[in-house]
Each structure stands twice: as structure tokens, then as C-alpha cells.
Design a protein. Structure first.
Length: 181
């Protein structure tokens, strides 16, 4: 069985939307942690918003090494409004139930299935018990401003255990959690 992971940038008040607007540092330790996450993945799940933003940038980007990795990795897109994802190579639109699709993909042979951004997708996968690890890079900032948080105020009680945590030189905490079953 393949592992499904999620990695998100988060503020200390739980904001995950638009980290480019509030995450002010990216240090070497964060780069090492992200590269380790990506090295395990041979597929990535994207929500509509993340896919749309990234498909307009990464296919022609020279920002290495991420551009090469994301452009050559199989991407599965969760959207009920997109008709096509053909504009970005190695992209497949998930048809039907996203959680059923991910459960079937998880049962196949292969490496880790990651998610990139896509907090709405991450929430639905957690609710369906399909996330094996959740890594948060928690920046020492209160983002506020009505931005989207990872979990809504009315989210169901969900327990996690801390698998590992690492502070970085810029004050970010890289915390990996596993759902408690």
C-alpha cells in the first residue's frame, strides 16, 4: 500500500492560503525537508486552485530543482469545474469521487503520493482517513486577514500524533503528524 502525504506551509494561526504573502523566510533546513518529501513521491495530487495557478507557471519555469520535478511527475487533479488539464503534461483530471480515486491509487504499486498546497483537498483526504502523514512548516507569523485556514472552525475532532519536529534557523517549526487510528 502506498503512503499518502500532505505538506503545507502554515502560519501559527493555522493559515495555509497564499504563503507567498506571509512566509518571509525560506531557510536551508526547509529546503532539505522539502527535498526529502519530494524524493519519496512519484505522484502528486492537486486541487483546482493550485493546479490552475501552477499550470500557468511551472511548465515554462527554470526554477530548479522543483520545476524539473513537478513537470516530470504524474499529477492528478481534483476538480468538479475543470473540463481539461491537458495544458500541463503528465496531468490527469480525476473523474468521479476523489476519495475513491485516491483509495484505488493508494492500493497500487508505486512510491508515495503527495499533495501540493490544496488545503480543501487535504481536508477531504484527512476526513476520509486517506492521509498517512501531514507535514506542516509553521512560520512564526500570524497571517490573519480572513485567509483560509487548514481546518474550519466546525471541523470534526481528529487526533494526530507527532512523528517528528525540527526547528529551523529562521524560527520555522517543521512538524510531521500521523493520524491516530
Amino acid at each position: 500500500m502506498r503512503k499518502v502525504t500532505a505538506g503545507l506551509f502554515s502560519s501559527i494561526d493555522g493559515v495555509v492560503q497564499a504563503p507567498n504573502e506571509w512566509q518571509f523566510s525560506f531557510d536551508e533546513e526547509m529546503g532539505v525537508a522539502l527535498n526529502a518529501l519530494l524524493a519519496e513521491q512519484d505522484a502528486v495530487l492537486l486541487g483546482r486552485v493550485t493546479f490552475t495557478e501552477w499550470a500557468g507557471y511551472w511548465p515554462t519555469s527554470t526554477d530548479e530543482p522543483f520545476a524539473s520535478w513537478i513537470n516530470s511527475t504524474q499529477k492528478y487533479v481534483a476538480s468538479s469545474t475543470l473540463d481539461s488539464v491537458d495544458q500541463w503534461s503528465k496531468s490527469t483530471l480525476i473523474e468521479g469521487s476523489v476519495t475513491d480515486f485516491v483509495a484505488e491509487l493508494r492500493a497500487q504499486d508505486g512510491g508515495t503520493i503527495g499533495t501540493a498546497g490544496s488545503p480543501t483537498l487535504v481536508r477531504s483526504l484527512i476526513a476520509a482517513d486517506l492521509i498517512d502523514e501531514l507535514t506542516l512548516m509553521i512560520s512564526p507569523v500570524v497571517a490573519g486577514g480572513g485567509r483560509q485556514r487548514l481546518f474550519a472552525d466546525d471541523s470534526a475532532l481528529t487526533k494526530f500524533s507527532l512523528a517528528k519536529a525540527q526547528p529551523t534557523s529562521s524560527g520555522v517549526i517543521i512538524a510531521t503528524y500521523r493520524p491516530t487510528k
